[in-house]
Design a protein around this ligand. Structure first.
Ligand code: HEM
Length: 129
């Protein structure tokens, strides 16, 4: 399940309750909806998990400059979709109106872009997060 996968692959950094660790790992609780609310936020969220993220970011007033690992090499399309759908609704998160769950096919198509963590960072800067 998405919950079990989250526990296995994400919780060590972002914590079981999605609160992260201030200054080290950004929260997903309350933050995933902020990402999804942006134009192109849906694709950006998928890119972060597929390709990783490298660069200084600010989340809820805290600065982070760590390395988010790329999960694309290790996790199949359906598992990545399940994790994304989990973090969209877990921790009290509420997706935007009309949100459609991520699909394995969507992950497969995005994978073909072969982005680097640095390119994902450049995309983040166009999002105005
Ligand atoms: C950033 C999700 C696993 C460390 C992020 C962001 C998301 C995310 C959505 C981007 C926040 C933003 O752009 O505002 C996930 C998910 C994971 C996962 C779904 C499991 C599949 C991990 C793990 C680590 C980690 C295991 C630690 C080894 C980080 C760090 C950042 C980050 C350090 C900030 C990167 C930076 O400063 O540029 N994560 N994460 N994440 N994640 Fe993860």
């Amino acid at each position: 399940s998405g919950q079990a996968l989250y526990g296995q692959y994400c919780a060590s950094c972002h914590q079981a309750n999605g609160q992260g660790l201030p200054g080290a790992f950004p929260p997903l609780a309350g933050h995933v909806p902020e990402i999804l609310a942006k134009k192109d936020g849906r694709t950006y969220l998928l890119d972060v998990v597929l390709f990783g993220l490298q660069g200084q970011i600010k989340v809820k007033g805290q600065t982070y400059n760590g390395s988010m690992p790329a999960w694309g090499p290790q996790l199949k399309d359906d598992l990545i979709a399940a994790i994304l759908n989990h973090i969209t609704t877990a921790f009290g998160n509420k997706p935007p109106a009309g949100f459609k769950p991520y699909t394995a096919d969507e992950v497969k198509k995005e994978r073909a872009r072969k982005l680097t963590p640095q390119k994902v960072y450049a995309l983040r800067q166009t999002l105005k997060l």
